[in-house]
Design a protein. Structure first.
Length: 400
């Protein structure tokens, strides 16, 4: 079970331990040991050190999570100038001194805190865990969506099924259950998903609208964020959102709440169903953070469905994150790790692709990439595709 999000917890039942400062006989040795520890060079961990961080990663992750959720990191940051003692943190966060001690010592192991003369201070890492929006979105997603599920990873690999999803609900894929996902998993799922795409939408809208499309089809439109962004960008454009029926209802609610339903229509569809089809007559087909939800064979199938409703002037825009196109190792790590969510929770057979794999899928579907941009927002790539010459064409949409 997740720890409660609020930092207030029940009063500790254990008696307060004597504070380290109140035991002078030990203090000299302790201070000397602490100084030595603080002075130890803290460069890149060696292989054995990394092996132990990996061996204990799930335990240390939970410690960081509780340090954040009980407000200990917040209090450490508030007291950064003078440092904080165990007792001060215990009082400020309504946590037992024993609890504070073990959490802080785990924080020493992960370099979240440093200790000097009985007082603890936050490191740069602590600031990121407490305040960095990406780290928060990722940690919430890992805790609320992935953590328990990941115990089933071996089974997911062996079966090709999202074996961990049973920890969240009885669905065959996470998408079938998105509309019914319980809390806090649903909020963390949506915040994770939106975190990466929200920043990129404004950056790509000029390219989406460069051909002045009259009609845009958003495939996998989720909660309608892109549809709403398009309506705000262009006063005349009409949007069709295609998604699974349950998710489409959430989308309709969001769009109607925003008061802009007249220019939006909905196309309920399971794109993996045998009779699945996409609606014709759109100038732009948009797929954002969507193809990563499908296996390579399914990606080709879906792209062929799109291809079949594209005329010579129809533009297909694909926005996704490719781990081989990231500018930092941190961004690569996020994508390489997040792939396992698809393996174990989402559907058992998809991943966050590298750019070469997706390019091959595009070509196999009878499309060609006519333009590509990388490094959009927090590491998105934008591929603009057209029907490849010689490949079958579908109905030609109208422009304006
Ligand atoms: C990761 S979300 C993408 C959200 C959004 N496009 C964005 O950029 O934030 C994937 C979307 O694909 C939809 N989806 C998944 N499987 C589908 C299927 N078989 N048919 C239609 N839509 C599907 C999900 O319901 C979800 O809305």
């Amino acid at each position: 079970m997740s720890e409660p999000r609020a930092s207030a917890g029940p009063k500790p039942a254990v008696a307060r331990a004597e504070s380290p400062e109140s035991r002078p006989s030990e203090s000299k040795t302790r201070v000397a040991a602490q100084r030595a520890a603080a002075a130890r060079p803290r460069g890149r961990p060696d292989a054995m050190h990394r092996a132990q961080l990996l061996a204990w990663a799930p335990v240390l992750f939970q410690a960081a999570w509780v340090l954040r959720e009980r407000g200990l990191l917040r209090e450490l940051i508030a007291r950064v100038a003078q440092g904080a003692s165990v007792d001060e943190l215990a009082t400020a966060t309504d946590t037992s001194p024993y609890g504070v001690t073990v959490l802080l010592e785990a924080g020493l192991a992960t370099d979240l805190v440093v200790q000097q003369e009985g007082r603890f201070r936050p490191t740069a890492l602590a600031y990121l865990v407490e305040r960095d929006p990406m780290t928060r979105a990722n940690m919430n997603f890992v805790q609320d969506v992935c953590y328990r599920a990941m115990g089933h990873l071996g089974e997911a690999i062996a079966s090709g099924k999202p074996a961990g999803l049973a920890e969240l609900g009885p669905w065959s894929t996470v998408y079938a259950g998105l509309a019914e996902l319980g809390e806090p998993a649903r909020t963390s799922w949506l915040e994770f998903d939106h975190f990466y795409s929200d920043d990129s939408f404004p950056l790509v809208l000029p390219q989406v609208f460069s051909s002045r499309p009259a009609r845009v089809l958003d495939v996998g439109g989720n909660t309608g964020k892109f549809a709403l962004a398009c309506l705000g960008y262009d006063p005349d454009v009409r949007i069709t959102v295609a998604d699974l029926p349950g998710q489409l209802e959430s989308c309709r609610r969001e769009v109607e709440q925003a008061g802009d339903g007249r220019r939006v229509s909905y196309h309920p569809v399971d794109l993996l169903a045998l009779d699945a089809a996409l609606p014709a007559g759109h100038d732009v087909i948009w797929m954002s953070q969507f193809l990563c939800c499908f296996s390579e064979v399914e990606v080709v199938h879906i792209l062929r469905l799109a291809r079949s409703v594209m005329g010579p002037a129809t533009r297909l825009l694909i926005m996704d994150n490719f781990w081989d196109r990231q500018q930092t190792r941190a961004a690569e790590v996020v994508l390489q790790a997040a792939s396992l969510y698809f393996t174990c929770v989402a559907n058992g057979n998809s991943r966050l692709y590298d750019s070469g794999t997706l390019r091959r899928c595009v070509e196999r579907a009878g499309l060609e990439i006519v333009d590509e941009r990388h490094g959009v927002g927090l590491g998105h790539s934008l591929l603009e595709c057209r029907g490849a010459p010689g490949a079958a064409t579908g109905a030609a949409p109208g422009g304006r």
